[in-house]
Design a binder for this molecule. Structure first.
Ligand SMILES: Nc1nc2c(ncn2[C@@H]2O[C@H](COP(=O)(O)OP(=O)(O)OP(=O)(O)O)[C@@H](O)[C@H]2O)c(=O)[nH]1
Ligand SMILES: [Zn+2]
Length: 215
């Protein structure tokens, strides 16, 4: 029997979907422990966690984290599992333009906000359009880099829909760059991933890019 690596042991104890894990935590702290950590940060910031205005802040922050990081509970395979038989003959690009991206970078846990453009060339498996937006949402609501997120979205569509090609472009502004550190505003970071025919067929790739910039 193969020895279990420490990383695998961590993942085994993690309650998150295991097939696409980019993280592994030994066990989830309780809500009370999470609120105590927020009180520690409030005190570290220089404020008094016991003052009236801050008394409910730990629970609000924990609730907010629940929303911002809900993607750990999401399962990309499940979102892409329902395909429509009646559109099987469709064999051209399907593209969603301007999907909202609200994520947090893994380096600072600071928001990065922007839009995603996602296209695929189906080979029989066509999913509901909202599922592509849900897929982006699952990865956005986790900690990662923009590059990783772009790859994850492309990988999931390629793998679960057996797509002949996938194109993903994300355009986002990172608040860790605008509100702190180098403090440069209005810098947009663009990441792209082209898979299958979007990589090999430059005309198709250009069609995608033209649709990205189209008003
Ligand atoms: N490649 C990449 N870098 C990111 C992303 N989000 C944040 N970063 C960068 O991560 C880097 C972390 O750099 P460090 O030197 O370790 O941390 P730091 O001292 O806080 O860096 P500064 O932001 O330059 O102050 C910074 O350059 C950030 O701009 C991302 O999605 N992709
Ligand atoms: Zn950052």
């Amino acid at each position: 029997m193969d020895a279990i690596t420490p990383e695998a042991a961590l993942i085994e104890r993690c309650s998150c979907a295991a097939d696409d894990l980019q993280h592994g935590h030994p066990s989830r702290p309780s809500r009370d422990e999470a609120m105590a950590a927020v009180r520690t940060l409030l005190a570290w910031a220089g404020d008094n966690p016991e003052r009236e205005g801050l008394l409910d802040t730990p629970q609000r922050v924990v609730d907010a984290y629940g929303e911002w990081f809900a993607g750990y509970e999401g399962d990309p395979a499940k979102e892409l599992s329902r395909t429509f038989e009646d559109v099987q003959g469709y064999d051209d690009m399907v593209m969603l333009r301007g999907i909202d991206v609200q994520s947090h970078c893994e380096h600072h846990m600071a928001p990065f906000l922007g839009k995603a453009w996602v296209a695929y060339m189906p080979t029989g498996k066509v999913v509901g359009l909202s599922k592509l937006a849900r897929l982006v949402e699952i990865y956005a609501k986790r900690l990662q880099t923009q590059e990783t997120m772009t790859m994850q979205v492309a990988d999931a569509i390629e793998d679960h829909l057996s797509a002949a090609g996938v194109a993903v472009l994300i355009d986002a502004e990172h608040q860790c760059m605008s509100t702190r550190g180098v403090r440069h505003h209005d810098v947009s970071t663009i990441t792209t991933q082209f898979r299958g025919v979007f990589k090999t067929d430059k005309v198709l790739q250009q069609r995608f890019m033209d649709l990205v910039v189209r008003k």
